[in-house]
Each structure stands twice: as C-alpha cells, then as structure tokens.
Design a protein around this ligand. Structure first.
Ligand SMILES: NC(=O)c1ccc[n+]([C@@H]2O[C@H](COP(=O)([O-])OP(=O)(O)OC[C@H]3O[C@@H](n4cnc5c(N)ncnc54)[C@H](OP(=O)(O)O)[C@@H]3O)[C@@H](O)[C@H]2O)c1
Length: 314
C-alpha cells in the first residue's frame, strides 16, 4: 500500500516534501543536455522537491523544467548549494545560482565546510598527489554569516548546511545567528548517522540524506532483498521506507521515468521489519570516501571534517 508524501517542518516553519529528486549529472554536454527532460519527468511523476547545486551545473535545467512543467512555482521546493570555491564570495555566487534557476530558492546550503578556491586560471586546485588544496583564508563561520545575510534579499526562504558533522556543527553554532534548517549528509542503512541524528534533533536541525539508496551495495543486502520480496516492492522502496520512518528527508536521483515513479511511491513496512534495518549500520561511506593515498576528502582530513567512526566502502 502506498502512502501520501509527508512534509517535514523546518525550525523556521517552512515545510518541505520529505522526498525530492536529486539532480547531479556528469559534466559532459551529453549528460547535461539530458537533465531538463528527466527533471521534467520527475515533476510529472509527482516530485515536488528538487535538489541541485551550482557545482552540478544543472541549476539552469532545473529552472527550465519547472517553468515548462506548468506546475505553480510555489508548489515546488528547490534546493541549491554554495560551491566550496565560493566561500569568499557568497553574495556573488548566490546571485549566479538565482539567475541560473530564474526563480527564488527555497533552501540554500553551504555544500561543504571547507573552502577550496579555484586557481586564477579557473582550474581546480589539485596537487600532483591528487589532493585538493583547501584554504583557511575564509572559515565556515564567516561564510555562514554571509549566507545569513541572504535571508534579507527575499530571494531565499531557508538556509542550511551539507557534509557537516557534530564537530563542525558545534563550531558553526558558536557564531551562528540563524540555526541551519537542515544538514544534508550521506545517509543510508549502512551509514545510519545515529549520533549526528540525535545531535541534530536536539538542535532543531533536520537531516537530509544524500545517496539515500546506498547504491547497489545496500540495495543488494540480503535483508533488504528479503523484506522487498515479502512486501512485493523494490529494495529501494524498502530503504526509503526506513528513511521515512526516521523522519529523514531524502533526495534520491533517478533519470529513469519508471524508477522515478517507483521512488515517489512510498510504501508501508511493519515496525518490526523496519527495526531489523537499523541493525545494518556499519559506518560505511559509499559516496564521498577518503582518498586512499592522502586520507583526505576534498582537501580536509577526516579529523578536520569530524567524520569519525567511519570506514571506506570495500
Ligand atoms: N550534498 C552533497 O555533497 C551531495 C553528494 C552526493 C549527492 N547529493 C545529492 O543527492 C542526490 C542523490 O545522491 P546519489 O546519486 O549519490 O544517490 P542515490 O540517489 O541513492 O543513487 C543514484 C543511483 O541509483 C540509481 N537509482 C535511483 N533509483 C533507483 C531505483 N529505484 N532502483 C535502482 N536504481 C536506482 C540511479 O540510476 P538512474 O538515474 O539510472 O535511475 C543512480 O545510479 C544527487 O543527485 C544530489 O542531488 C548531494
């Protein structure tokens, strides 16, 4: 039996549909050229929440799909993100995102806590060993203060963060005047983020899960597969039922109309079966992992990120 799409209320009263379609795409002309059509098909399938980022180069396609859909703008929730390269120029970067989308932004996130300025020639600052050169010229407390000011523009309704840990949130909250409405992090049954979840609940910060399906690694877990068989639904639907039971906002990405329909069809699973999924947690990151040579994740160590109790995917 499918259930209606619940909404989650942020600490500022704004509501967001609990499931959105992600919009990361490879940065090739072919892949980018296809994005508008699959965002449009996600909207037709019933999604009313789209997650993008300036770093994905898909903001323009998202804006265009929303306009072409004919769905009233206020019925759709749009999230975009400040790139790590722009911590020193928040206002300018925000204006670029706003222009790309061609509409107001429901939620603006700091994509990563670390600042990685681009080189003067516009290239990515990557060292010969493959590590990224982060900079401490601007810290996330300073860029958050600039993000807070964006609320006065009337072009953004809510602000939040992404890839923050308890450690970096503690540091942020020392100076924040506005509490982030959400923290978007990798989260799935193999990386349940229970401590972060408890911490964020106490602070009034929701969690949004990226990589919510856990890819084929989690979709093929024998317990997930057996529950899916029992309820005659897909493994992805079982995983999403677990997220929804925990009140976590999820932004799965699919560009396939059939899988989009499947993802937006939320199913009911018994509390007992959901309870079994809680035991799958093993602190396993599958999407953003530490580089094997440098031990870093985009220029920061796990220590700096506060990504403790963690292991790389096999
Ligand atoms: N804040 C951050 O740093 C961050 C990092 C990563 C991602 N994100 C956001 O989160 C979104 C989703 O993350 P993600 O792509 O890593 O994880 P995901 O949504 O869990 O996985 C996407 C992959 O699963 C496939 N898929 C989707 N639904 C499926 C289904 N029902 N059955 C089988 N396969 C299915 C997709 O293929 P098809 O498209 O072919 O269906 C795609 O290969 C991104 O698009 C982006 O918006 C944010």
């Amino acid at each position: 039996m499918s259930i209606p799409i619940p909404k989650v209320k942020f600490n500022n009263g704004v509501e967001v549909p609990i499931i959105g379609n992600g919009s990361w795409a490879p940065n090739t002309p072919e892949a980018q050229g296809a994005v508008k059509d699959w965002i449009l098909s996600a909207l037709k399938a019933g999604f009313r929440h789209i997650d993008t980022a300036q770093g994905y180069h898909t903001e323009g396609a998202v804006g265009q799909a929303i306009r072409e859909s004919g769905i009233p703008r206020e019925e759709i929730f749009v999230t975009t993100k400040l790139p790590w390269s722009d911590h020193g120029r928040v206002r300018e970067s925000f204006e670029v995102s706003h222009a790309n989308l061609g509409t107001y932004i429901d939620l603006y996130l700091m994509h990563w806590p670390q600042y990685i300025p681009q080189r003067e020639d516009g290239s990515d600052p990557i060292n010969p060993d493959g590590s990224w050169q982060a900079s401490d010229a601007v810290n996330f407390n300073q860029s958050w203060a600039e993000i807070e000011k964006l609320l006065d523009t009337g072009k953004v309704r809510s602000i939040g963060v992404s890839n923050f840990s308890i450690k970096t949130l503690e540091e942020l909250l020392k100076t924040a005047k506005v509490i982030p409405v959400t923290n978007q992090v990798e989260l799935h049954p193999y990386l349940a983020q229970n401590e972060l979840r408890e911490y964020c609940q106490k602070k009034g910060i929701t969690l949004t899960a990226y990589t919510p399906s856990g890819y084929s690694v989690v979709r093929n877990d024998p317990l997930i597969v057996s529950i899916a068989e029992k309820y005659k639904v897909s493994p992805t639907q079982v995983i999403f039922a677990w997220h929804i039971s925990r009140g976590t906002i999820i932004v799965p990405k699919s560009e396939n109309p059939e899988r989009q329909k499947q993802n937006i069809t939320l199913v009911q699973i018994s509390e007992e079966d959901i309870g079994k999924i809680w035991h799958l947690d093993r602190g396993q990151r599958i999407c953003n992992k530490a580089d094997e040579k440098t031990g870093q994740v985009y220029g920061w160590t796990l220590e700096q990120l506060g990504w403790v109790n963690y292991r790389n995917s096999a």
